[in-house]
Design a protein around this ligand. Sequence first.
Ligand code: C5P
Length: 217
Amino acid sequence: MMKIAIDGTAASGKGTLARKLADKYGFVHLDTGLLYRKVAKELIKQNKNSSESLKEYDYEIAKDLDFLELRKEDLRTEEIAKLASLIATQSKLREILDLKQKQFVDESKNKFSGCILDGRDIGTKILPNADFKFFIDASVEIRAKRRLLEKNISFLHENDEKCMLQSLIKEMKARDSLDSTRVVAPLVPAKDAHFIDTSLISADELLLKVVKIIEGK
Ligand code: C5P
């Protein structure tokens, strides 16, 4: 089975790329950020998101995670992302989720000719022997603009839009910093990853670049 690892910063385009590649080649795709988000969402739902109770409960939630449920829910809020990033610093939680991701790949072997995982530590930790590794990034301003567009809000005032953009930039910088400076599995490009900056290219141009690399053109 061909394995493709895609890592990168939030809203860099890595998720869209993973989905497009999976469609193109008929590979299975796992957005690993959703695992962390799902644990975070459950903690919020159960009111267990205070710093004292985090560790006590997130392991239990992680152990029972159902991959099929992940797509159904709206896990895309900034509140969930922030807590996901916080709990993602815990090594025990990461061990549980690492195992789940590896199981997912193992179970997909008989059903698919390839798998694509996207996240923060795929090329370095989950699929160190991946056939292809990509690290996707873009300037924080561009990434925040993309997130704002995804939200599909029509602003009454230009100032409101500016304000929201500034707050997204601040949140993204904080999350990038926590993700890249944590001790366990920090967000760093694997040594053998292809690094692509998407600040000035579209999702289709990114796909084209990556397909050229995969197909050796
Ligand atoms: O990719 P997404 O924004 O959904 O990820 C949410 C958070 O989950 C990230 O900020 C990161 O802290 C954590 N994460 C991780 N390792 C992964 C995927 C996500 O630490 N493989």
